[in-house]
Design a protein around this ligand. Structure first.
Ligand SMILES: [Zn+2]
Length: 143
């Protein structure tokens, strides 16, 4: 089979995302205040994190906001050594999944502890993280 002619390029393509967040803007506003919120379906009671505008299991759009205390235990974790392009300048980092006392499982970066000291079942706290450029995120820290 003939290969279609093409030009090779070493140039990078940069894509900037602007994700619509109008239905979940409360989540981002509260993170700036240091609070972490999840959404709970008023119809079926499903608690979801990160927040959603519509319930996955039942399809309802009747959602209420619930502040998470954020206490949890590590279910699993890994160190990310080969990073995605957007984090290529970062040193290696740890991500963990923890089950919170509210019952929801959360995936987040884990800061403030070395990988060698981590173990399944270890207590962590989910907290808001505000960067110097006012961007926000959430992360686990040892509890
Ligand atoms: Zn539901």
């Amino acid at each position: 089979m003939n290969k279609a002619p093409s030009l090779e390029s070493n140039r990078s393509l940069i894509i900037t995302y602007n994700l619509p967040i109008s239905k979940t803007s409360k989540f981002w506003d509260e993170l700036k205040q240091g609070k972490v919120y999840a959404t709970k379906c008023k119809k079926c009671g499903k608690l979801v994190f990160p927040p959603v505008a519509d319930c996955g299991p039942c399809g309802s759009s009747e959602i209420e906001w619930t502040e998470l205390i954020g206490n949890g235990k590590i279910v699993t974790f890994t160190e990310v050594v080969v990073k995605p392009a957007s984090f290529s300048e970062e040193p290696s980092y740890i991500v963990a999944i923890a089950k919170l006392s509210e019952g929801v499982k959360v995936l987040a970066w884990l800061s403030g502890i070395k990988k060698e000291k981590l173990h399944i079942g270890m207590k962590v706290k989910l907290k808001a993280k505000v960067f110097s450029d006012k961007k926000v995120a959430y992360e686990f820290v040892p509890a």
